[in-house]
Design a protein around this ligand. Structure first.
Ligand SMILES: [Zn+2]
Length: 115
């Protein structure tokens, strides 16, 4: 197993551009979707009726699909595969689990925690 990730500024730049482009396309839709899902889920305890249960189920399915789409869209700029394994969100990745290229600069993270 490779223990050191490779630092390539062009990969880091491409990754942040990919996230920004994805957010521009789906960010607002996802926010509304998750807010509606949360509202329906809470309402189910207050007013446990079948239509509300169906609405919650449909919204949950949509949220699941949007997560799958995000995983397909946010691939590593270096190897083209999803940078995470399992069910984790690609957004949580600091480096690609397949080619070990940094996706977020480790030096910027140090700067942020100090500043
Ligand atoms: Zn990769």
């Amino acid at each position: 197993m490779k223990l050191r990730a490779t630092h390539d500024q062009s990969v880091i730049d491409q990754w942040s551009a990919k996230i920004a482009a994805h957010d521009r396309r789906t960010g607002r839709v996802q926010t509304v979707l998750f807010a509606a899902l949360f509202a329906c889920f809470i309402s189910m305890f207050v007013w446990p009726k079948l239509p509300l249960f169906i609405a919650t189920s449909i919204l949950f399915a949509c949220a699941l699909v949007s997560q799958l789409i995000e995983k397909e869209a946010l691939t590593c700029p270096h190897c083209g595969r999803s940078p995470v394994t399992g069910r984790a969100s690609p957004r949580s990745a600091d480096f690609c689990a397949h080619c070990f290229y940094w996706l977020i600069s480790p030096y910027e993270q140090v700067d942020r925690s100090e500043g």
